[in-house]
Design a protein around this ligand. Structure first.
Ligand SMILES: NC(=O)c1ccc[n+]([C@@H]2O[C@H](COP(=O)([O-])OP(=O)(O)OC[C@H]3O[C@@H](n4cnc5c(N)ncnc54)[C@H](OP(=O)(O)O)[C@@H]3O)[C@@H](O)[C@H]2O)c1
Length: 338
């Protein structure tokens, strides 16, 4: 089968950083689905895993953690899906990625594809929707039933892939007042279109901009970009007993002591945790993806595609990685068809 892989970890302007390869088609066992991949999305995790280093792989390593496609075979223990089902999912960081014609994934982290979306529109969603959902509802403990409606959330990095779905879940399911950050007119307009009540600039003084809008502090903060840069501002802006969730690894030590006097919570979200450790509640991702599909089909949430870069091949994927590394993409980049 066709796949895009790497054996060396090179800068993205090197044509060998991602190459077209032929590899053997895998076979479904246990609770795995074999999926014919119709569309994929790219995420910053792809570029982080691909980042230049000395290591050399013996066999091509396939990246990519977002796909939409059709189930073509099932392992003997599969109970949630059957051959022919259209699906969307992110997969596991500990297994080969989705940048191949056929792909194996555990059924417990797969959702039924929204019927109202085509494959490329659906592929935009899984990784970011799982992240935003878990951050908001599992880590911050916000009620998805609207019991916290009217409370405030600051979403740092509003126009990115995670922010684009995070804004919608915070508005539509939780009923929160959403302040999203965006630094350019086009990313600001995108955040407002997805439902943000206010926008402020993450390149400026965040607490001062919040105060200017009338928010002395905010009840929740979702940090979807540059935890190192924004930590002190978050400690300043969070309400007493408020909660902060970050999804972005820190490079420096974080001054968590700043949160002590406010009894504020800081919590991490990593959307691969459940699959990586095979947690007993791993099936929660199957359920939440189905719920996202239901919200999409009901017209309450929209896909977050920013741009379709065309056929799934090495040249187009290199272009996608280069754009992501630029840090200014709006919504999701998707590719479709091999
Ligand atoms: N822990 C997890 O499970 C998990 C899951 C998904 C993603 N992540 C991580 O979360 C981060 C965001 O992912 P993503 O897919 O949303 O990224 P993305 O789509 O590449 O984000 C692009 C957006 O980032 C904004 N941005 C750039 N610099 C910023 C800054 N200093 N502060 C705030 N926003 C900034 C830009 O907005 P403007 O153009 O308006 O500046 C742009 O719209 C990445 O580091 C990714 O690896 C973690």
């Amino acid at each position: 089968m066709k796949a895009i892989g790497l054996t060396r970890y090179l800068p993205i302007n090197d044509p060998l950083s991602l190459v077209d390869v032929e590899i053997a088609q895998p076979v479904a066992t246990g609770r795995d689905l074999l999926v014919k991949v119709e569309a994929i999305a790219v995420n910053p995790v792809d570029t982080k895993v691909r980042a230049p280093k000395e290591k050399v792989e013996d066999a091509p390593r396939v990246l990519g953690w977002d796909a939409a496609g059709t189930v073509v075979a099932v392992g003997p223990d599969v109970t949630l899906f059957k051959v022919g089902d259209p699906v969307f999912y992110a997969g596991s960081i500990t297994r080969p990625g989705t940048n191949s014609e056929f792909h194996l994934v555990d059924e417990r982290i797969v959702g039924h594809k929204p019927a109202s979306l085509d494959f490329s529109q659906a592929a935009a969603l899984p990784l970011t929707a799982i992240t935003a959902w878990e951050a908001l509802f599992d880590r911050l403990g916000v009620s998805p039933k609207g019991e916290d409606a009217g409370r405030s959330v600051l979403i740092i990095g509003g126009a990115g892939g995670v922010g684009s779905i995070g804004i919608q879940l915070a508005k539509v399911l939780a009923g929160l007042t959403v302040i999203a950050t965006a630094s350019r007119p086009e990313s600001e307009a995108w955040c407002r279109r997805l439902g943000a009540d206010h926008t402020i600039d993450h390149r400026g003084d965040i607490p001062a901009q919040l105060r200017a809008l009338g928010f002395e502090n905010v009840d929740y903060i979702l940090c979807f970009n540059d935890t190192d840069r924004h930590f002190n501002a978050m400690a300043d802006a969070i309400a007493p007993q408020g909660k902060i969730c970050s999804i972005v690894e820190n490079a420096r030590e974080l001054p968590v002591g700043l949160l002590k006097s406010k009894s504020a919570t800081f919590v991490w979200e990593f959307m691969f945790t459940r699959a990586m450790f095979g947690t007993p509640d791993m099936i929660a991702q199957h359920r939440l993806l189905n719920e996202v599909a239901r919200l999409i089909d009901a017209g309450r949430v929209q896909t977050t595609v920013g741009e379709n870069l065309g056929t799934i091949n090495a040249a187009n994927l290199r272009r996608a990685h280069a754009l992501l590394e630029g840090g200014q993409t709006i919504g999701k980049l998707v590719l479709s068809g091999f």
